[in-house]
Design a binder for this molecule. Structure first.
Ligand code: MG
Length: 355
C-alpha cells in the first residue's frame, strides 16, 4: 500500500486573493494503481496519473481523460491559466465556471478539479457536508462492483472475491462475451449490468443483448461506438433491457441528440466538467425521462467522494473507482457490503491516509 508522489509543486507560487483573504493554490501529481490491472474493451489500466488541485481548504481531482482530448500536459497548462480567472469570490461558482469555459473549450477533467476544490473549500467554510450545501439527502446508496475483462476464470475469481455487492457491472466486448456471462451466472443470483465500451456492432449487440437478458442482465451500457447515433437508436428500439449511453454523452448539450436513442445516460464528473454541470445534466435528463447512472474513472477517493455527494439523485450508482485501487492515498466516501456511505465531515469530507 504505497502512495507514490512523483511531483509536488505550486502553480507559479500562486496566491489567489479573493475579497477578505489569501487562498493558496497547489497541485500534486499522483500515480495510482488498481489492485489488479483493469481492462475494458478499449484499453487496460495498470497505472493511472491523476492531478490533485488544492485551493485553500479544498481538494479536487483531475482524472485525465485521454480518450476525450485531455492530455496530462494540457490539463497542467489549463490549471496554470485557470488561476487567473477565479475572480474575487470563491462562492461565485457559476461565474467561475463560466470564466473557465471562456478560457478554453474542453479540459473537462481540469475544470472538474477546480470546481470540486472550490466546492470543498466553501462547504468547509460554511461547516456543512457538500450534500447538505446542495440540498441533497446524503443517504447511503447501493453501488455496483465492476469486473474488468479477463479470462472467464479470472472474472469468476473477481466476482467470488466480492460477494457482498448487490449488483455487478461486467465489462464485455470480447468474442466470448456470452460464455463469460454464462460462467459468471453459475456463481451468483445477483443482477448484472454489462458495459461494452462501444465495442459491438449493432447487429452483434442485439444478438448478445437478447441472450444476456436471459442471463439476468438488467441494463447495457454503450453497446456501440460513441459516434454511431443511428446504431444506438437501432439497438435501443429492439433491446429487451434498457440501453445507457456513456462515451456518447459528456455534457447537457449531448442530451437532445440522445433523446429517443437511449433509455439512460452515465454521468461522470470528469466528463461533464464538474458538479454544477452534472446537476444540470440530472435535471435535463429527468425532463426527457432518461434514467441516470452516476459513474467514475479509475480515480482516488477525492473524485469518488465528490460524485458520491450526488448519488441520492440517480437510479444507478457505479462509484467503485477508488475501491478498486491498491494505493488510494485518501479516505472519504466508503463502500461497506456494497453500499456507498458519505462522510459527515464538512466539505467533501476527505482525509489523507497516514503513509
Ligand atoms: Mg461505461
Amino acid at each position: 500500500m504505497t502512495n507514490i508522489v512523483k511531483h509536488w509543486g505550486t502553480l507559479a507560487a500562486y496566491n489567489w486573493r479573493p475579497k477578505g483573504g489569501t487562498v493558496e493554490i497547489r497541485w500534486e501529481i499522483l500515480q495510482i494503481h488498481p489492485a489488479r490491472p483493469f481492462a475494458i474493451s478499449r484499453a487496460t489500466t495498470a497505472e493511472k496519473t491523476v492531478i490533485l488541485v488544492y485551493i485553500g481548504r479544498g481538494v479536487g481531482e483531475a482524472a485525465v481523460y485521454q480518450s476525450h482530448g485531455d492530455t496530462f500536459e494540457g490539463v497542467l497548462a489549463f490549471l496554470r491559466e485557470a488561476q487567473g480567472v477565479l475572480g474575487e469570490d470563491p462562492f461565485d461558482l457559476e461565474g467561475i465556471e463560466a470564466r473557465l469555459h471562456r478560457l478554453a473549450a474542453g479540459y473537462t477533467s481540469a475544470k472538474n478539479a477546480v470546481l470540486m476544490a472550490l466546492y470543498d473549500h466553501i462547504a468547509q467554510e460554511l461547516g456543512v457536508p457538500l450534500y447538505r450545501l446542495l440540498g441533497l439527502s446524503g443517504k447511503p446508496m447501493p453501488t455496483s462492483y465492476t469486473i474488468g475483462l479477463g479470462t472467464p476464470e479470472e472474472m469468476v475469481q473477481d466476482l467470488r472475491a466480492h460477494p457482498d455487492f448487490p449488483v455487478y457491472k461486467i465489462k464485455v466486448g470480447m468474442p466470448n462475451d456470452l460464455e463469460i456471462l454464462q460462467e459468471l451466472r453459475r456463481h451468483t443470483d445477483k443482477p448484472f449490468r454489462v458495459d461494452a465500451n462501444g465495442a459491438w456492432q449493432p447487429k452483434e449487440a442485439l444478438r448478445k443483448i437478447h441472450a444476456m437478458a436471459d442471463l439476468g442482465v438488467e441494463l447495457v451500457e454503450q453497446p456501440v461506438s460513441p459516434e454511431d447515433w443511428e446504431g444506438l437508436a437501432y439497438v435501443t428500439a429492439r433491446s429487451p433491457i434498457p440501453v445507457f449511453a456513456d462515451e456518447s454523452v459528456h455534457t447537457t448539450r449531448d442530451l437532445p441528440h440522445l433523446v429517443g436513442r437511449v433509455d439512460g445516460i452515465n454521468i461522470k464528473l470528469a466528463k461533464s466538467g464538474g458538479l454544477r454541470e452534472a446537476l444540470r445534466m440530472v435535471a435535463v435528463a429527468r425532463a426527457f425521462h432518461l434514467r441516470i447512472m452516476l459513474g467514475c474513472m479509475v480515480e482516488t477517493s477525492v473524485a469518488i467522494t465528490a460524485a458520491a455527494h450526488l448519488a441520492s439523485l440517480v437510479d444507478a450508482v457505479d462509484l467503485d473507482g477508488a475501491y478498486l485501487l491498491a494505493d488510494d492515498p485518501f479516505e472519504g466516501a466508503w463502500i461497506s457490503h456494497g453500499t456507498l456511505h458519505l462522510p459527515q465531515r464538512p466539505g467533501l469530507g476527505i482525509r489523507r491516509r497516514s503513509p
